[in-house]
Design a protein around this ligand. Structure first.
Ligand SMILES: Cc1cc2nc3c(=O)[nH]c(=O)nc-3n(C[C@H](O)[C@H](O)[C@H](O)COP(=O)(O)OP(=O)(O)OC[C@H]3O[C@@H](n4cnc5c(N)ncnc54)[C@H](O)[C@@H]3O)c2cc1C
Length: 401
């Protein structure tokens, strides 16, 4: 039986960057990655907005703040070294109401605390950067926000890791193995491992449970739909225009982003979905799971923590183009319905819910046992943060429990 020092479940950005960090610390370490799909980047890591966030949204005491800006810098270096398209194009966050002005100050405080470059600007100065944005009095300019070819990053990591001797097995759904023995069967072969990293994105909660951790959590899927701005009208957005988010929620709100290809996308939504891979209207739905998700959504709706009812109403309504357009027009009023073209781009955000307290977890959550570590809430900005987040993950595994 072949023996590995580490078994990683999931070849998204979190699993791959964890392998990268383990190899950086010890080039001789033996790593096996098991991925249920036939290639990398099938889920969140290949379906995101491709924005490297500055870190302005996160309070200084959060895990996100600790790794976001550092991770973005490392990701930019990685892109430069390996010829991956990446552009530090900056972004504006625009207030759309008096209430937003208060949150703007909070974001500026975060920027100060986290040593992130960000400038409060009046509406005219914002318009000198984004001429078609329509701020209510003020906004923030973040010069360090970048866009990147996110699929390019995961594919490059795959190649580099494979060259370093990391074994990546596709088509291996890890739900079916026993976890207690530190032996795993894959492709008819048996492997033993010293330590397991659960980086399974939308399924991380299911994999954690047999290890006796994460029982208070469940992942709920939220669907991110995008429209593409018609090429003849994409001059309305120079780089990125974001709303001021509701900071009690982990979503940033529909925004406009000129992605690395040069196209401008509007989105993503955060519409509650009824399957962990429910990318289409009905695809990826399984009756039992959909009922469980529906039940959890109902619990969240009735308890109404973090204003969840409002989130449900506003997000569900964005299935209607007219409501989606309203959100876009708050940022750039000149966008018309005809400018928003349907797009195949759609992602699912697996969002961790604390089922006892009935609230959405805002930060990354890491749980450990003596022989395993579980990444339970790898939500945005986990892509941006990944190289620094992987350092944190590997550090945690090294701490004795
Ligand atoms: C619409 C959208 C927009 C976003 N925009 C941004 C952004 O602009 N910037 C940013 O920083 N972040 C963004 N994010 C968040 C970011 O994409 C994620 O935080 C990140 O990709 C999570 O990586 P991951 O490796 O945990 O998950 P994934 O990429 O989902 O990888 C998990 C992997 O595990 C595999 N897997 C699952 N279950 C099993 C199993 N049982 N056995 C074996 N393998 C399994 C899956 O197939 C998958 O390949 C966005 C996310 C979405 C959905």
């Amino acid at each position: 039986m072949e023996a590995f020092d580490y078994l990683i479940v999931g070849a998204g950005i979190v699993g791959l960057s964890t392998a990268w960090e383990l190899k950086r610390r010890d080039p001789n370490t033996r790593i096996l990655i098991l991925e249920k799909e036939q290639r990398v980047g099938v889920h969140a890591s290949g379906r995101n907005s491709g924005v490297l966030h500055s870190g302005i949204y996160y309070g200084a005491n959060t895990l996100k703040a600790k790794v976001c800006a550092a991770g973005a810098a490392k990701m930019r270096e990685f892109a430069a070294e390996h010829g991956i398209r990446c552009k530090r194009s900056g972004k504006v966050i625009v207030a759309t109401s008096a209430k937003d002005l208060i949150t703007l100050e909070r974001l500026l405080n975060n920027a100060r605390d986290n040593h992130i470059r960000a400038e409060k600007l009046d509406a005219d100065t914002i318009r000198s950067i984004e001429p078609h944005a329509y701020p209510y009095q003020a906004g923030i300019y973040s010069p360090d926000t970048a866009v990147i070819d996110s699929l390019g990053v995961v594919e490059k990591l795959r190649d580099l890791l494979t060259n370093q001797g990391v074994i990546l097995r596709y088509g291996q759904n890890v739900n079916t193995v026993k976890f207690d023995t530190r032996v795993i069967e894959a492709s008819g072969e048996r492997f033993s491992y010293g330590f397991l990293f659960n980086c399974a994105g939308a399924n991380a909660d299911r994999i954690a449970r047999p290890f006796g951790v994460g029982g208070q959590y469940a992942l709920l899927p939220f669907k991110g739909l995008y429209y593409k701005l018609a090429p003849g009208r994409d001059y309305l957005v120079k780089s990125s225009i974001y709303p001021v988010p509701d900071i009690s929620l982990p979503f940033l709100g529909v925004h406009l982003t000129r992605v690395i290809s040069g196209d401008v996308y509007a989105g993503p939504t955060a519409i509650p979905a009824f399957g962990r891979e429910n990318y289409g209207m009905l695809s990826g739905l399984h009756v039992g799971e959909s009922l469980r998700i529906g039940w959890r959504l109902l619990q969240m709706y009735t308890s109404n923590r973090q204003n969840f009812r409002y989130l449900m109403h506003t997000e569900m309504s964005k299935y209607l183009k007219s409501h989606f357009l309203e959100a876009v027009q708050k940022l750039v009023p000149e966008v018309r319905a005809a400018d928003l073209l349907p797009s195949a781009k759609v992602g699912i955000r697996p969002q961790l819910v604390n089922i006892r307290e009935r609230r959405l977890e805002m930060d990354f959550v890491l749980e450990r046992t003596p022989y395993s570590l579980h990444v339970l809430n790898a939500i945005s900005p986990a892509f941006t943060s990944s190289f620094a987040f992987a350092e944190m993950i590997v550090d945690r595994h090294e701490i004795a429990v």
